[in-house]
Design a protein around this ligand. Structure first.
Ligand code: C5P
Length: 234
C-alpha cells in the first residue's frame, strides 16, 4: 500500500461544511476520512453519504457499546451506509462482539462489509481511573485482556496507541489490523495526546493505519501539512 493510503484524517469538526471543505482539499491524498461522534451527531448520515459520493472511503468511528442485538443492528446500519471501517468497544464483551461480526458476515455480499476495529482502553484513562471503575491490573494488562477478547470474537483489528503497538504485535502477530491515533509529526503541538509518536515511528512499530486529526485539520494550510507527513513516511 502507498504511504498515503495508510493515513486516516479525523474530521473532528462541528459542521458538515467544515468537514466537506477538508475532504475537498485533501481528497485523493489519504486512505480514509474518519467521521466520529462530534461530526456525526451534528451532521448525521448525510455527511457520510456526501463524502462517499466524492469517491472517498469513510471510517465511521462511533465506538458501539450496547447489548448484542442493538450493537449488531447498528453495525448493519453502518454497513448499509457503505462505510469501510467501524469501531466497537471491546469492553462490550464476547457476546456483543460476536453478534456484530456474525451479523455483518451473514448480510448480503454487497456493499462489502466494513472492517471492524475494537477499542480496548481509551488512552485518556489512567491507572487511577481503572481502580475507580473496579478494573484490576495495569492499563497495559487490561489492553491485552480486551484485545484478546475482541480478536477471539473475530474482529479485524484494534485501535491502539503508538505505545501499545509493539506489545500487541509481539502478542498477536502480524494479522490483526492496528490503527493508531496519537500521531504527531516531529515539532508539532501535542494538544491533549499524552503519549504521541511521529508517523514514521508508529509505522515502524507495526501500525497499519495512522489516524491524524489536528496536526492536519487545524493547520493554517492542511494540504501542506499533509504533504509534509506523506514525504516523511515515504
Ligand atoms: O487531533 P488528533 O490527531 O489528536 O485526533 C485523534 C483522533 O483519534 C480523534 O478523532 C480521537 O477521537 C481519536 N482517538 C484517540 N485516542 C484513542 C482513540 C481514538 O485520539 N484512544
Amino acid at each position: 500500500m502507498k504511504a498515503e493510503g495508510r493515513i486516516i484524517i479525523a474530521l473532528d469538526v462541528d459542521s458538515p461544511d467544515e468537514g466537506l471543505g477538508l475532504v475537498r482539499r485533501l481528497r485523493g491524498r489519504v486512505g480514509l476520512f474518519k467521521v466520529g461522534s462530534q461530526l456525526f451527531t451534528s451532521a448525521g448520515p448525510s455527511v457520510v453519504a456526501r463524502i462517499l459520493r466524492m469517491g472517498e472511503r469513510v471510517f465511521l468511528d462511533l465506538k458501539f457499546h450496547d447489548i448484542p442485538n442493538t450493537a449488531a443492528k447498528a453495525a448493519l446500519a453502518a454497513r448499509a451506509m457503505g462505510v469501510s471501517m467501524i469501531t466497537v468497544h471491546a469492553a462490550g464483551g464476547s457476546a456483543m462482539l460476536s453478534a456484530v461480526m456474525g451479523a455483518l458476515k451473514s448480510a448480503p455480499a454487497e456493499p462489502e462489509r466494513p472492517l471492524v476495529l475494537a477499542v480496548t482502553l481509551l488512552t485518556s484513562l489512567a491507572s487511577s481511573d481503572l481502580e475507580r471503575i473496579g478494573v484490576a491490573g495495569t492499563p497495559a494488562e487490561q489492553v491485552l485482556r480486551l484485545a484478546d477478547t475482541a480478536l477471539e470474537a473475530g474482529v479485524d483489528g484494534l485501535v491502539a496507541s503508538p505505545a501499545e503497538v509493539v506489545r500487541l504485535r509481539r502478542h498477536f502477530g502480524s494479522s490483526p489490523l492496528l490503527v493508531t491515533p496519537g500521531i504527531r509529526p516531529a515539532g508539532t503541538a501535542l494538544n491533549d495526546q499524552a503519549r504521541a509518536a511521529t508517523p514514521r515511528e508508529a509505522l515502524g512499530a507495526g501500525s497499519d493505519f495512522l489516524v491524524i486529526g489536528r496536526p492536519v485539520t487545524a493547520a493554517a494550510d492542511p494540504l501542506r501539512s499533509l504533504n509534509r507527513i506523506i514525504e516523511a513516511i515515504r
